[in-house]
Design a protein around this ligand. Structure first.
Ligand code: ACO
Length: 161
């Protein structure tokens, strides 16, 4: 089991990881248009945290850091169906929070699917948005049918422990 930080930087092994990851997103997020998933996963402004088993991705989170605004927007988060409910979603989120601390991001925003609200809530996301609106408005993409949630990342919490 490994957790990798992957971006589309031209490295063929990264491309291979991202190709697997976009398939997981496509299967697990059937309401999302496939072209949209492909566009964001391969967009160089987006980064992905990928969890692999025997070298093959079994889940991941794709997010976009807004460095000046000091927050990240989670675009997609999914674990392959035969690997769900085994703690992998938590490992991914905890790793993402450690990356956020390193990159000096204080918050994450996301639009959670109804089914996933419980998962995000477990990880400290709330529907109550505490960040000042001018920091995220015009940055976070609005999705119909999703619930806008926010999470504060405490800079001294060791999320991976
Ligand atoms: N509702 C309530 N609680 C949940 C849910 C849920 N849907 N899923 C997980 N949890 C809880 C678990 O009980 C666990 O709590 P615990 O630590 O107290 O036991 C905790 O959240 C973490 O569970 P994991 O086993 O780590 O989660 P998993 O590996 O199954 O990953 C995920 C969760 C990513 C939501 C997975 O179920 C999935 O891929 N679902 C389908 C795709 C999806 O809905 N993705 C989110 C869409 S929104 C977006 O992408 C922005």
């Amino acid at each position: 089991m490994r957790i990798l930080e992957v971006t589309n930087n031209g490295d063929p092994s990264n491309m291979e990881m991202l190709i697997h990851l976009k398939e997981i997103f496509h299967q697990q997020l059937p309401k999302m248009p496939k072209e949209y998933i492909v566009r964001l996963v391969f967009d160089r402004k987006h980064h992905s945290i990928v969890l692999t088993k025997k070298g093959v991705p079994i889940g991941g989170i794709t997010y976009r850091p807004f460095v000046e605004q000091k927050f990240g927007e989670i675009a997609f988060c999914a674990v392959a169906s035969n690997s769900q409910v085994q703690g992998y979603g938590s490992r991914l989120m905890n790793e993402l929070k450690m990356v956020a601390i390193r990159e000096d991001l204080s918050h994450f925003h996301t639009y959670a699917d109804n089914y996933a609200i419980g998962y995000f809530a477990k990880h400290g996301f709330t529907k109550n948005l505490t960040m000042s609106r001018d920091r995220w408005f015009n940055y976070v993409k609005d999705y119909d049918g999703g619930t806008h949630m926010e999470c504060y990342v405490h800079p001294t919490v060791p999320y991976m422990k």
